[in-house]
Design a protein around this ligand. Structure first.
Ligand SMILES: Nc1nc2c(ncn2[C@@H]2O[C@H](COP(=O)(O)OP(=O)(O)OP(=O)(O)O)[C@@H](O)[C@H]2O)c(=O)[nH]1
Ligand SMILES: [Mg+2]
Length: 239
């Protein structure tokens, strides 16, 4: 049986954390673990995580001293998961935009031969619910822009994924400097460039009902300039 570790980055997710951790515990395969990566959330999420970790033997917490963006939190989380022996490393947001009950389908896609399974809103059977027009536009434009410049992936900005261990070992996490959601694009692109098999699994994405989005103009701007930079790195054969 493969050991799956679900990495859950948190920043001010006090209402969502406990239900998410318990929901993951219910769907992960035997031996699966949950790793919460908290960036010293001012709302006390880190303390809730410590209380849960004391109760649940299959859960642990990585505390980071400051908020440096989703990408930095994930890189630290991935390293920790690999060091602890994970065969499969999952990513899932803590806001219930990603449905924990879809986790087994992502894992099944990897067990069926994929190296990286992406939860995808923009393939047949996938979609978004309760998202405003602006958010839908930003997300769609992000994927179209990425398709034009980098790779034929329908939903390149999503953050619900399952990596086979060897993908994370080979994509050179040290060189991933993305902070915001371009991190999702960059890790998938590095996997594609290394020749790994990437598949998209249809998911329904729902807007959060508790807590606040950390989406910002800076995150969009970072994606706008870093996507072409990845293309340039490819042309220079650095990628
Ligand atoms: N550790 C850590 N977690 C973060 C950081 N920024 C966001 N998160 C978490 O990452 C997940 C996704 O963040 P969201 O605020 O939902 O941002 P998003 O999903 O890009 O934006 P929405 O689509 O509006 O929800 C959530 O679990 C957040 O709590 C960060 O800087 N550090
Ligand atoms: Mg979200």
């Amino acid at each position: 049986m493969l050991v799956a570790v679900a990495c859950v980055p948190t920043y001010n997710e006090r209402e969502n954390l406990e239900p998410m951790v318990r929901a993951l515990g219910a769907v992960l395969p035997v031996g699966g673990r949950v790793l919460v990566i908290d960036d010293s959330s001012p709302d006390g999420t880190g303390e809730i995580a410590d209380r849960l970790a004391a109760e649940l033997p299959w859960m642990e917490v990585l505390h980071r001293s400051r908020k440096e963006g989703l990408g930095r939190a994930y890189v630290d989380g991935f390293r920790h998961a690999l060091a602890s022996g994970a065969d499969l490393v999952l990513q899932i947001d803590c806001d219930f935009s990603h449905d924990p009950s879809d986790v087994p389908r992502l894992i099944a896609a990897v067990e069926a031969g994929a190296d990286l399974a992406l939860g995808s809103r923009y393939v047949a059977g996938g979609g978004t619910a309760n998202w405003g027009l602006v958010r839908r536009l930003i997300s769609r434009c992000g994927s179209v822009y990425t398709q034009a410049l980098l790779m034929p992936i329908h939903d390149a900005t999503g953050g619900f994924k399952c990596f086979r261990r060897r993908v994370l070992e080979e994509i050179d996490l040290d060189r991933v400097d993305a902070a915001g959601y371009v991190f999702q694009i960059e890790t998938t692109y590095r996997a594609v460039r290394k020749g790994f098999r990437v598949v998209e699994v249809p998911i329904h994405f729902t807007d959060r009902t508790a807590g606040q989005s950390k989406m910002s103009r800076a995150i969009v701007l970072e994606a706008i300039w870093k996507v072409p930079r990845l293309r340039v790195a490819t042309l220079r054969r650095h990628l």
